[in-house]
Design a protein around this ligand. Structure first.
Ligand SMILES: C[S@@+](CC[C@H](N)C(=O)[O-])C[C@H]1O[C@@H](n2cnc3c(N)ncnc32)[C@H](O)[C@@H]1O
Length: 87
């Protein structure tokens, strides 16, 4: 049994989306510090359940990837139309 395959269906119990809101805000602040205002494109390598992306996609165009097909298929899609998943 491995964390990044068999455990994917339990991810919502193990890792609450709401717990990522503060983390995502720090990332947005750091990106804005370097790149300035505007809707920038973010490539997230290892997006897992997409919890950070859920919040990041409010302000950034997110392209999400993950090595694990189980995570890619289990992750809920983020609400922003600008978010897309790749392998
Ligand atoms: C802790 S989870 C990421 C959680 C995510 N940041 C979120 O907001 O929900 C780490 C993820 O990285 C992925 N991963 C690990 N090694 C990788 C690699 N070499 N390339 C792409 N994804 C990888 C795993 O499959 C796993 O889904």
């Amino acid at each position: 049994m491995t964390l990044y395959s068999d455990w994917t269906r339990w991810c919502a119990l193990l890792d609450s989306r709401q717990d990522h809101e503060d983390e995502a805000a720090v990332f947005v602040q750091a990106i804005r510090h370097v790149l300035g205002p505007g809707r920038h494109v973010l490539l997230e390598l290892g997006a897992g359940a997409g919890n950070n992306a859920w919040f990041l996609s409010r302000e950034l165009d997110c392209v999400l990837t993950d090595l694990s097909g189980d995570w890619r298929s289990a992750a809920p899609r983020t609400p922003a139309a600008s978010t897309s998943w790749g392998t």
